[in-house]
Design a protein around this ligand. Structure first.
Ligand code: ADP
Length: 360
């Protein structure tokens, strides 16, 4: 972009000419999690390559194979060797080495808030630029004028898709009192209808969680909630014969202090809570350290805009949840992250601005 400086020091007969160049930031370490592994890799690879960077991809240790296949396909498609590089391995070892490496200019990370905090330290040596897409505890707010025929399946999908292993999963559902019973019943029915089965069987609605350990973690959250007085309306159980599965679960009576309400579960578990006034819903929705996403369900245009403005979250959906498209910027407020992926903002992450100013 050409710029005309307002302060000119040019000697007589000369003029100042300036412009900016957008340059690739350099070698990018893309560190990705195990949920939606191909999508996570693509969201970093596409803008990094468009910007002219080279990438070292470090997939989650649970999903190395899809990353290997993706890189094979990129080579087959003609990508020059060395442009995208793959390093599989454990985070604390391989991920950490990449985050510390002086040859890496930027870390693009998606994962837990806990590891995001660690990266702030490990990337400090050469002051790597960081984008951090971290955890969430996203609310779905159902107003009294919502269209339940859309809100029930939409909210159910918002939490149960991919068995809840989605960073934006709607794990806190707040329903305005007149619709509370109908919404709770509808969600319970929707949860009960989902068919659990092999992840590659087209007849399955939900596959297993990523591992039996993850299912056990989810079970522990539900058990903790039960012990603290919460009421399980649907699901709430694992399956001893299939230890990586967990039933789609709806829990009522979850108070703001319970881990079930505060921590990211990464499983098919949601808390449903009634509210009376919109202000109360906003206070509850914002009562979290996270700020990744939220949805509002209403037929009122003004309520939609008011709530969308007041919820502290990187994305607010109205009458939908988990709607993604490469054009839509996706970022997190509060402890949900730094920076924005996708859209024009996503490309910016991989570019640096250089100013060239000359007297000619
Ligand atoms: P999740 O909870 O989604 O599994 P994690 O934050 O544990 O998220 O992992 C996301 C990615 O970060 C994975 O690729 C993992 O290997 C990597 N990772 C984990 N610990 C570290 C670390 N200390 N430094 C760098 N990368 C790490």
């Amino acid at each position: 972009t050409a710029i005309t400086p307002s302060i000119g020091y040019a000697p007589a007969g000369k003029q100042v000419m300036a412009y900016t160049r957008r340059e690739p930031i350099g070698v990018v370490a893309a560190i990705t999690p195990w949920n939606s592994p191909l999508l996570m890799a693509a969201m970093k690879l596409a803008p990094a390559l468009c910007a002219g960077c080279t990438v070292v991809l470090k997939p989650a240790e649970e999903t190395s194979l899809t990353a290997i296949r993706l890189c094979e396909l990129m080579l087959e498609a003609g990508l020059p060797a060395g442009v995208v590089n793959l390093l599989t391995g454990f985070g604390a070892e391989v991920g950490d080495a990449l985050a510390r490496h002086p040859g890496v200019a930027k870390v693009a990370f998606t994962g837990s808030t806990e590891v995001g905090r660690i990266l702030l330290g490990s990337a400090r040596g050469n002051l790597k630029k960081l984008t951090l897409e971290l955890g969430g505890k996203s609310p779905a707010i159902v107003m009294a004028d919502a269209d339940l025929s859309r809100a029930i399946p939409g909210v159910a999908r918002g939490i149960f898709a991919n068995s809840g292993q989605v960073c934006v999963a709607g794990s806190r559902i707040y329903v305005q009192r007149p619709l509370y019973e109908a919404m709770a019943e509808g969600l319970v029915r929707a949860a009960g209808r989902l068919r659990l089965g092999h992840g590659l069987d087209p007849a399955s609605d939900l596959g297993p969680l990523v591992s039996p350990e993850q299912a056990a973690r989810v079970a522990a959250y539900v058990a903790g909630g039960r012990a603290a007085g919460a009421e399980v309306l649907a699901g709430g159980t694992g399956f001893p014969e299939a230890p990586a599965f967990f039933a789609p679960t709806v829990v009522a009576g979850v108070t703001p202090d319970m881990a079930l309400m505060r921590e990211e579960i990464f499983g098919p578990v949601t808390a449903i809570t009634p509210f009376d006034e919109p202000e109360e819903a906003l206070a509850l929705a914002n009562d979290t350290d996270y700020g990744l996403a939220a949805s509002v369900w209403t037929e009122s245009l003004s309520a939609a805009h008011r709530m969308a403005a007041a919820v502290r979250a990187g994305t607010v959906w109205v009458n939908c949840h988990s709607y993604f498209s490469p054009e839509l910027p996706k970022g997190g407020m509060k402890t949900s992250g730094w920076g924005v992926e996708n859209g024009p903002n996503g490309l910016e992450n991989y570019l640096e601005t250089k100013t060239v100013c000359m007297v000619v």
